[in-house]
Design a protein around this ligand. Structure first.
Ligand code: ZN
Length: 434
């Protein structure tokens, strides 16, 4: 057992329903036993209840729950920074050529390690990972994630048209390869499987039918939707009988409480209503939407329809793996929307980077906040002395103000420690570097 003492901050409430300030909680100390939070409260009270327990002091900065990334592409970690193109051109010139290289298993192994170590270094301990088009590359990702004990949900990316031939599967091969991966990795430790058609633009009705069969195995589902106007027009042309983009998935019964759709920058009201009705979630990827010029995410309309929204870094079209940067960009975009935007507070930003993702991924009974009984996944954000963030934290009025300073100024260099189910990353028990 260990007692962690410091400024421990989380959002057990939901700032999107009711007073945002009421969603925030701060405590002095957590007692962690076998990787699980056993008590929280005042340090003196925890020490009195368990005298003799070692105390790990985390002085300065804030300790927050491990970040939860609801949409991030593992094969693109070496392809960040392709600026200057909209979605379909960027895919063709930057993303897909790199994704093709993961056909080489040794290459995929190196990429998987770089990707997962990058997540941990950025404070992300849970993620819905958009996988590779190659089953051996998925084996490498799952094995490396198991070694690091990360909460990773991922799956083989499926397409049967409109991509380079090396990235395509027949629906029959998609079924066989996915079923094998599900058998080997789903619900093994902290790993889960997600059926992952790239987007309906590159997946025929036959492929989406295969996805529906796989979903019957109790796994998760993720794909892209409504990211870019040219993409949406292409999908409409490919599915002349569908009512809207979401219907291309919905008519195969792929819109469920276990479904997470990335982007949704340009949804119709009927789509938002359907997402809410089926309990599906949306992963908002603000730096990616900005870099590709995809548009300004209508967060207010999602919230008003009752659609769950989480944050994704979407790397490589995004600006790195650090979720506080995504939260800040989400804030910027809502500001730019003027009256149509939803004014986000620092409490919203912490919620979006942690508990919102845990809820979207169905992990909120295990991670996303520091409630007693949850697994201790945590990030200690503590800037170096003399940095502009350190100066600002010294002048913060209260915890909410400190969060505002952190979300505005922090970078991965301010991640002073990461715990994965009670084990500090970079320690002898956990191989991820820190
Ligand atoms: Zn994506």
């Amino acid at each position: 057992m260990t007692i962690y003492a410091g400024a421990i901050v989380d959002t057990p409430g939901d700032p999107f329903s009711g007073d945002p300030g009421g969603a925030l909680r701060q405590d002095e100390a957590l007692l962690v036993r076998d990787g699980v939070i056993a008590a929280r409260g005042a340090l003196a009270a925890l020490r009195a209840a368990d005298p003799g327990e070692p105390v790990t002091r985390l002085d300065g900065g804030l300790l927050v729950p491990g970040f939860v990334d609801a949409h991030v592409h593992y094969p693109q970690i070496r392809a960040i920074g392709g600026l200057g193109l909209p979605l379909l051109g960027w895919l063709e010139q930057y993303a897909l050529p790199e994704e093709g290289r993961l056909a080489d298993r040794a290459y995929a192994r190196a990429v998987a390690a770089e990707f997962l170590d990058g997540l941990v270094a950025a404070g992300t301990t849970s993620a819905l990972v958009f996988g590779s088009h190659f089953a051996p590359a998925m084996e490498e990702l799952f094995a490396a994630a198991a070694q690091r004990d990360l909460n990773i949900t991922s799956g083989l990316v499926l397409s049967d048209r409109k991509l380079p031939p090396g990235l395509l599967h027949s629906p029959e091969a998609a079924l066989a390869d996915s079923a094998d991966l599900i058998l080997r990795w789903h619900d093994r430790g902290r790993l889960r499987y997600a059926v992952t058609p790239r987007f309906s633009l590159s997946a025929s009705d036959e492929m989406l039918d295969a996805c529906a069969q796989l979903l019957g195995k109790g796994v998760w589902f993720t794909s892209h939707i409504n990211e870019n106007l040219a993409e949406i027009a292409t999908v409409a042309g490919l599915f002349p009988g569908s009512r809207h983009y979401l219907d291309t998935y919905g008519r195969h019964e792929l819109v469920t409480p276990r479904s997470v759709f990335a982007h949704n920058v340009h949804p119709g009201d009927a789509e938002l209503a359907l997402l809410a009705e089926h309990g599906a979630s949306v992963a908002h990827c603000p730096t990616s939407n900005s870099a590709l010029g995809s548009g300004l995410f209508p967060l207010r309309r999602h919230v008003e329809h009752g659609v769950r929204v989480a944050l994704g870094s979407d790397v490589g079209a995004g600006a790195g793996l650090f979720l506080p940067k995504e939260a800040l960009q989400a804030y910027f975009m809502q500001q730019l929307l003027g009256p149509a935007g939803l004014r986000l507070t620092p409490v919203h930003l912490l919620y979006l980077a942690t508990r919102a993702g845990a809820r979207a991924l169905g992990l909120d009974d295990r991670v996303g906040d520091f409630a007693v009984g949850k697994e201790f996944d945590a990030v200690w954000l503590r800037p170096g002395d003399g940095s502009t963030l350190a100066v600002n934290l010294r002048h913060a009025r209260d915890t909410t103000d400190a969060l505002a300073r952190i979300f505005t100024l922090a970078t991965p260099a301010d991640v002073a420690g990461v715990w994965v189910r009670g084990v500090r990353a970079g320690s002898a028990a956990c191989p991820a570097p820190r």
